[in-house]
Design a protein around this ligand. Structure first.
Ligand SMILES: Nc1ncnc2c1ncn2[C@@H]1O[C@H](COP(=O)(O)OP(=O)(O)OP(=O)(O)O)[C@@H](O)[C@H]1O
Length: 644
């Protein structure tokens, strides 16, 4: 939904979600004032969001200033050429002095060469700073996205992020390389051209200024209307990217349910909306362009009329008239180009707004001011006391009921505790609080008595390892996917982790550990993917005093058959003895393998004990596990009939 369908929509969300209003957030003044830094009050002004990029451009100010000066020189020399030509016509040519022509012609040649050199120098100097700037800003955006709480990501459409990271920053690069410098150049060249025109003939200069005067008003009006349309177009293009991504990712579902046409219709409708906005932009642009082209032409016609009259009556020389008209034509170009530059300025401004909207989101899960250093040896006692948690509000601003109201739970060092609850009861939410993917609204979570919010986030995530039910694999080799959390892991480490996760199938893959998997690689079954994700979680956890002392497993074996699940569980226990494990369990077979089970209902832990105890004593638990205890034990494979 959010970042973007429109500015309005975005702001609604911001206020609804309790996020600090993005629009009123403000800038880091230095590149180093990085992501978590609170922002000072914003400075007003329509170019404010563009000005905020200055600290990142400052290192390149030398080449950028030289490039702009070169471009000014190139344009001014182009304007100077007609003046020299006028002098040649009125001077040596009028006097029929052939020898006297050579010098001025050489000057025209030098001016022409200077112009060419200026054009070349500008392009050459500007390209590297502009592309480096783009890379820096992309890296900053990436770091910011990584630093944000999952709740923020939940609220954003991936297409919107994609279009900001790719399209908006390309627009900014164009602004730095071309639009910005040429706007500066025009600010110099147009007045200089008009001054020379005045110097040649103040009457022609005056005609020109009077006729093009309304352009100032038109440009201002255009800018206001165009920037609104530009913002809408960029947001709509983000929506389109989201639909394209969802259709590509969900192609199987769409095909299976025959909903391809439905998504196609949605895609076309969004494309039409974008087309409407683009047409609106083009119409605004066309109106301004016609004025930018037409008014100077009218000025030239008036100047020609007046100049012709003056030449006939001997108050102006032919050379001056030719120079004035040529100059007027030359000054036209920067004026006409202003239309394009203003449109690009609006695009750049809205791209900058969209960029800062992400960067200004406060980092709510940040390191404490004075972090506690974790002890060298973590025993692994996990406690939750009175934990309360609600997901952030949606854009409709409806109140959100807390998922967890008052959760108190203790997992002893080395214990495996299965968390059981009805679907939607908040098990995943609870697990996500432990590595601080979300923060609890109230209550305390401690590891060995240390409040997790007093640890550096990176330290906490060293201690807590998580594996999700929905395994995410990247477009990389098996080895790279498994060693994601520890790039220093050896092949032996990777193999041991794969062994614990019963991922022997890797040996059957065409290139073993080197087989490329993920979106652009080999497709794996759900169970195979889960085992690789589990191997990633358990990699290198053995024998370390702090790393992965607490494992949080969100039903990571749900896609395995009962027999494989038991095998994996047994290996996990043996390899990770001493590791405290909190495990979401949906199946009796999973719960039965845990040391203890806690039942989550109505936002609280309503019962805990062993699987067998709860089956006997707790109706809710028994219902969740699928019926009567005898049936349940039969379902849990080898343990069938143990208690019957
Ligand atoms: N990002 C989110 N924003 C808002 N609400 C959410 C979000 N994720 C989950 N919820 C809601 O919070 C509640 C708890 O979700 P959670 O995923 O923790 O349940 P669960 O017990 O893990 O469910 P399951 O067993 O089906 O995996 C559900 O009602 C769900 O709709």
């Amino acid at each position: 939904m959010i970042v973007g369908r429109s500015v309005v929509c975005h702001r609604q969300y911001v206020s609804a979600g309790g996020f600090v209003s993005i629009a009123t957030q403000s800038p880091p003044t230095e590149p180093e004032s990085d992501l978590a830094a609170p922002s000072p009050a914003p400075a007003p002004g329509r170019l404010h969001s563009l000005r905020r990029f200055w600290p990142y451009l400052r290192p390149y100010r030398g080449p950028l200033v030289v490039a702009t000066v070169l471009a000014i020189i190139a344009t001014v020399t182009a304007i100077a050429i007609p003046v020299v030509v006028a002098r040649i016509i009125d001077g040596p040519i009028a006097r029929r002095d052939i020898d006297g022509i050579v010098g001025p012609i050489a000057l025209v040649l030098v001016l022409g060469m200077l112009e060419a050199l200026g054009v070349w120098g500008r392009r050459w100097l500007v390209s590297e700073p502009a592309t480096r700037f783009e890379i820096t800003m992309r890296a900053k955006l990436y770091r910011k996205l990584q630093s944000l709480a999952i709740a923020r990501h939940d609220a954003w459409e991936s297409g919107q992020l994609l279009s900001r990271a790719v399209d908006d920053l390309s627009t900014m690069r164009r602004f730095v390389a071309f639009v910005g410098p040429f706007l500066c150049i025009n600010l110099v060249v147009i007045p200089v051209g008009l001054l020379i025109l005045f110097a040649l003939s103040w009457e022609v200069g005056a005609i020109f200024v009077i006729v093009i005067f309304p352009l100032g008003y038109l440009c201002n009006r255009f800018d206001r209307r165009y920037s609104v349309a530009a913002r809408r177009a960029q947001d709509q293009s983000g929506d389109l990217a989201t639909t394209a991504e969802e259709s590509a990712q969900g192609v199987r579902v769409l095909k299976a349910f025959g909903r391809g046409a439905f998504f196609g219709a949605r895609w076309t409708a969004q494309a039409r909306e974008l087309q409407k906005t683009e047409l609106e932009k083009v119409r605004l642009d066309a109106t301004l362009w016609s004025a930018l082209v037409g008014l100077p032409q009218i000025a030239v016609v008036f100047a020609l009329g007046y100049g012709g009259y003056a030449v006939v009556h001997g108050t102006m020389t032919m050379g001056t008239l030719i120079a004035a008209i040529t100059l007027a034509n030359l000054v036209q170009w920067p004026i006409i180009a202003t239309g394009f530059l203003l449109a690009e300025l609006s695009n750049a401004r809205t791209a900058a707004d969209r960029y800062w909207e992400i960067i200004d989101v406060p980092v709510d899960i940040a390191d404490p001011a004075r972090p506690v250093v974790p002890p060298e040896h973590i025993i692994g006692e996990l406690r939750l006391d009175g934990v309360r948690f609600a997901f952030p509000r949606g854009k409709d601003d409806t109140a959100v009921e807390p998922v967890l109201r008052d959760v108190s739970l203790r997992v002893r060092p080395g214990e495996t505790l299965a968390l059981v609850g009805a679907t939607g009861s908040g098990k995943t939410a609870l697990l996500n609080l432990i590595p601080r993917l979300y923060d609890a609204d109230a209550g305390v979570i401690t590891i060995d008595g240390i409040d997790i919010t007093s640890l550096r986030v990176a330290d906490l995530r060293e201690v807590v390892t998580i594996a999700f039910e929905d395994p995410v694999l990247f477009s990389a080799s098996v080895r790279e996917n498994v060693a994601l959390g520890d790039p220093t892991a050896t092949d032996a480490d990777v193999r041991r982790a794969l062994d614990i996760a019963a991922a022997e199938f890797v040996d059957e893959l065409p290139w073993g550990l080197d087989t490329r998997i993920g979106e652009q690689g080999l497709s794996l079954s759900g169970g195979q993917r889960q085992r690789l994700a589990l191997a990633r979680a358990v990699l290198n956890r053995e024998g370390t005093a702090t790393r992965g002392r607490i494992m949080v497993l969100d039903d990571p074996l749900s896609a395995l058959d009962v027999e494989t699940e038991e095998r994996v569980q047994a290996r996990l226990r043996a390899a990770l003895s001493g590791v405290t494990t909190l495990l979401v369990a949906h199946r009796p077979s999973t719960a039965a393998l845990a040391d203890r089970v806690a039942l989550l209902a109505d936002g609280r832990i309503v019962a805990d004990g062993t699987h067998e105890q709860l089956l006997r004593t707790n109706t809710r638990y028994r219902e969740l596990m699928g019926g009567n205890p005898n049936q349940l034990y039969r379902k849990s494979g080898d343990r069938a009939g143990e208690l019957s």
